[in-house]
Design a protein around this ligand. Structure first.
Ligand SMILES: [Fe+2]
Length: 290
């Protein structure tokens, strides 16, 4: 297969044509996609009307799909366990209300974060398939955290160099009012510390590594100061010059790098159905401090 790659924004994001996710990729095409991914950080594959099984099979070209550890909120598909449901419609087709526990927890995705950063070895990337898309919002926004790091003003830079931040899955319930993780889930995912500045194992570049929905502490700072720093870093990051905003079309598949980007979704009318299925690629090495 020959692919064509067209940038969507100067900072990050590119459209990839020439891929058919119904079919397995040859080694050369996998390499071409990997190279485009390293360069553009977020890839958009339009018109991929795939099943969940095909979604998982495509993901496996790039790594092992994660099995979400939390089962209490039905965010993991019962049908294909590698699928994480980013939806306001349950698997029986029922529209869920924003007050339901799973929807409360998902509302955290409106704040800037990177997927699975609360794991000791965080995820490499995620692939999101838009099955029923929103027309009233639901825009997924991405930030190039290499550029953010390169441009950090000295007043912020001196607080992040050589420091680590804590990432805790348990933060989700504290910020959204969703039920707390069970004792078992908490034991499975204890808080972890990662460097605030990381080096990408493939590109070799440095990026700022924050995940505001999980970060609850920073080395050497009290709770208030840590919260303020994460807020300031997040606000500095969220500038249009670093950001690609993806307006969905049905059966777009997006593939992004969780090691050098953060993302957040815009709100949408809760009466509108939005069905998105995600796979998450398991990390292959601890975060490298830079
Ligand atoms: Fe996410």
């Amino acid at each position: 297969m020959t692919i064509t790659v067209t940038p969507r924004h100067p900072a990050l994001g590119a459209e990839v044509r020439g891929i058919d996710m119904h079919r397995s990729l040859d080694a050369e095409t996998v390499k071409a996609v990997r190279d485009a991914w390293t360069r553009h950080l977020v890839l958009v594959f339009p018109d991929q009307q795939i099943s969940d099984q095909e979604h998982v099979a495509f993901t496996r070209h790039f790594g092992e799909p994660e099995i979400f550890h939390q089962t209490s909120l039905s965010l993991r598909s019962d049908r294909v366990r590698e699928i994480f449901l980013v939806s306001n419609v349950d698997e029986a087709g029922r529209l869920m209300r924003p007050s339901e526990p799973s929807q409360k927890q998902l509302s955290s995705s409106r704040q800037w974060h990177t997927d699975s950063s609360y794991r000791p070895i965080p995820s490499v990337g995620s692939l999101l398939h838009g099955i029923e898309i929103s027309r009233t919002g639901g825009i997924t926004q991405f930030i190039n955290m290499y550029m953010v790091y390169d441009d950090l003003p000295e007043s912020l830079r001196r607080h992040v160099e050589g420091r680590r931040a804590r990432h805790d899955f348990g933060m989700l319930h504290r910020i959204t009012g969703a039920p707390p993780p069970s004792a078992e889930e908490q034991t499975a995912m204890p808080p972890v510390w990662h460097p605030l500045v990381r080096r990408h194992p493939v590109s070799g570049r440095k990026s700022l590594y924050i995940s505001s929905i999980y970060n609850d502490a920073i080395e050497g700072l009290n709770e208030d100061a840590a919260g303020r720093l994460i807020e300031e870093l997040t606000a500095f990051s969220a500038q249009p010059k670093y950001m690609y905003r993806h307006v969905w079309e049905p059966h777009d598949v997006l593939m992004w790098d969780n090691r050098c980007t953060v993302h957040a979704v815009t709100p949408h009318d809760p009466d509108e159905r939005r069905v998105m299925h995600r796979t998450t690629i398991v990390g292959n090495e601890p975060v490298i401090a830079a």
